[in-house]
Design a protein around this ligand. Structure first.
Ligand code: FEO
Ligand code: CA
Ligand code: CA
Ligand code: CA
Length: 631
């Protein structure tokens, strides 16, 4: 097989190449049938926060919202771009805050534009492939906790020829391990008023694939969590493939382990791949990181339980650089995208989570304990119930509890093999749930369903049927959509909801029917593959994309990946930022004064942002030239 890099091929494509799914031979549905069941344009897509949004009577088109003078946007939308830099609206500016390889400490070696940096330097510099992030104000210090999702192998190990991107030594593996995980970095405005890294801040910290972390919750100490190096099953090394994230109301950072399976492989090709390994895509040869060839911990023929210690949500206290991160097994084991925390009126903690793989599920967790400011929070994410979402065609839905009674699995097995528990209760297979968010000013949740070309074509990794369903109504869905739900009684802890689709991405210029997109998509704001979602304090929803940026074929007119803002009430969506070609725009947070937004640019192409040398994933600042608020 060609030696792909993850910048050329999606994580799901890797999984399918390594673990081909069976084709569904009796598939006989067509998208028109699905759409007609719900009356797509007139019914599934509906705007109106908190409205009984299931009828045409509640629809409000973009143009009518504008005509009524209700636009809440402080910027004029921008066009697409296909170049290798960033564009923002007139009246806004941007600058680079932190790049892969930038020094966190003054004893770091300077970044080499041709070769990057050494493994020995990894703990002293900003990590690679920035993703989810959040800003914390700790006694006046502004700290950004930011995920470093994976390695861009050929960029990070720029050997000549076939060796490019392929570890040639344990030291090379240590480099990969050292540039991923999480960076906590203090930032402050420099003499020109632009945010930069505060070098040598005592808060600066790298958490990587070898950082000790405590395993907490019911799965801690279970036999399936024990390894030779950790016979108690309570301390693991590293947090893996940190994708999205979420802040808690108590000041911690939840970092979410997504495609952890790719780090594992086997030096024995006859090793047994258990059903659990297969469901999560753990296979013999990994995804080219080659950890298993140099670091025995990642060799499943020697350490078959090690993969069970990844795929979790990890809680980090950014205010304490000496704190031990905690893996919260109560939140289940899946390919976690991010974690959106809401506090129910009763004080119970609700965490919404997506499992980003084709045909996997949307989840929530409800704590048994309650949150109150000042009360101990250490057990809130350890002790509770997991649910998986079931969406019905009629616009209603239920959160199905994952319990021994409902699944036939024991309580720990439900946490370690959460996907199988959701399959057991026949939850709704989704079009790759990416970021989930909760509107801070209305009782509603949103999930980006990025795309799923297997929808209606083949089952998920567990063999579950993926025929079209209510919130996933398009066969071979290459554009994606954003689903929204309204919990009963405006209470995120309740187990029933109503739902609609906030937007269906599409291409009104080149496509037909539902593939044109919903009525709030037009030739001026079209995009594909919604991924990052974030609400600002005014209740606008920001949508970041991670899709096809060829600007060709069905994606013609959509340009580079981008960030748009949406009004949940009117449905209007405007393009705010375009990223450099080759990049994904992912991760968004704001300065304490809300005059600066921080945006992540992951795996840019060309030589962004330096103009020469290796491309460097970056966090950039965006602000208004008149100094007013940006969210
Ligand atoms: Fe790392 Fe699902 O994105
Ligand atoms: Ca993502
Ligand atoms: Ca994505
Ligand atoms: Ca990515």
């Amino acid at each position: 097989m060609k030696d792909f890099d993850l910048t050329e091929i999606s994580a799901d494509d890797w999984d399918e190449l390594k673990n081909p799914r069976p084709s569904e031979s009796d598939f006989d549905r067509v998208v028109e049938e699905a759409i007609s069941r719900r009356g797509f344009i007139g019914g599934v897509v509906a705007f109106g926060s908190g409205a009984a949004a299931m009828g045409t009577g509640t629809l409000l088109s973009t143009t009518s919202a504008e005509a009524m003078g209700h636009s809440r946007f402080a910027f004029s939308p921008i066009g697409i771009a296909t170049d290798s830099t960033i564009h923002v609206p007139e009246g806004y500016s941007w600058s680079v805050v932190a790049r892969w390889g930038d020094a966190l400490t003054s004893d770091a070696e300077a970044f080499d534009p041709a070769t990057g940096h050494t493994a020995a330097n990894a703990s002293k510099v900003f990590g690679e492939n920035t993703d989810g992030m959040w800003l914390y104000n700790v006694d006046g210090h502004e700290l950004i906790a930011v995920n470093n999702e994976y390695a861009n192998r050929r960029t990070n190990l720029p050997y000549e020829g076939d060796a490019a991107g392929t570890p040639q030594s344990l030291d090379d593996v240590r480099l990969f391990q050292g540039i991923q995980g999480v960076t906590v970095v203090e930032v402050a405005a420099d003499g020109n008023g632009q945010y930069k890294i505060v070098v040598d801040s005592p808060f600066n910290r790298r958490i990587d694939h070898n950082t000790p972390m405590e395993i907490t919750g019911l799965a801690a100490g279970h036999d399936m969590m024990k390894t030779a190096a950790d016979p108690n099953g309570t301390m693991s090394l590293g947090t893996m493939n940190n994708c999205g994230s979420g802040p808690t109301p108590w000041g911690t950072y939840l970092t979410c382990e997504e495609n952890f399976n790719g780090y594992f492989g086997s030096t024995d090709e006859n090793v047994e791949l258990t059903a659990g390994m297969q469901r999560y895509g753990v296979g013999l040869d990994g995804w080219g990181y080659d950890y298993h060839k140099w670091d025995e911990r990642f060799d499943i023929s020697k350490n078959p339980n090690e993969p069970n210690r990844a795929g979790w949500v990890v809680e980090i206290d950014p205010s304490d650089p000496s704190s031990t991160p905690k893996k919260r097994t109560g939140l289940g084991r899946l390919k976690h995208e991010n974690a959106a925390v809401a506090i129910a009126p009763s004080g119970h903690v609700v965490v919404y989570m997506g499992d980003d793989e084709r045909g996997e599920y949307l989840y929530k967790y409800v704590s048994n304990g309650t949150y109150a400011p000042g009360k101990d929070t250490d057990n809130l994410l350890n002790d509770g119930t997991l649910y998986a979402a079931k969406f019905h065609w009629d616009g209603t839905g239920d959160w199905l509890p994952l319990t021994p009674e409902s699944t036939g699995m024991d309580a720990v097995e439900i946490l370690i093999h959460t996907r199988m528990a959701a399959s057991a209760v026949e939850a709704t297979t989704m079009d790759r749930p990416e970021w989930v968010q909760v509107n801070p000013i209305a009782a509603e949740g949103y999930a980006a369903l990025t795309n799923n070309r297997n929808r209606g074509v083949k089952p998920n990794a567990g063999g579950d049927d993926t025929s079209v369903n209510g919130p996933n109504p398009r066969v071979a869905n290459n554009f994606g959509q954003v689903v929204r739900w309204y919990p009963a009684n405006d209470d995120h802890a309740t187990s029933s909801f109503r739902w609609d689709l906030y937007v269906m991405a599409g291409n009104p210029a080149t496509q037909e029917g539902a593939y044109k997109g919903s009525s709030n998509v037009n030739e001026g704001n079209m995009f594909n593959s919604p991924d990052g979602l974030m609400f600002d304090s005014a209740g606008l929803i920001w949508i970041q994309t991670d899709g096809n940026d060829d600007n060709e074929g069905e994606f013609e007119g959509q340009g580079n990946n981008q960030m748009l803002a949406g009004d949940p009430v009117s449905g209007e969506i405007r393009r705010f930022l375009t990223g450099p070609n080759g990049s994904e725009v992912t991760g968004l947070c704001w300065s304490t004064d809300r005059k600066t937004m921080f945006v992540g640019i992951q795996h840019p192409g060309a030589s962004f942002p330096d103009g020469e040398g290796l491309p460097r994933s970056s966090v950039v600042a965006v602000w208004r030239d008149d100094g007013s608020l940006v969210g």
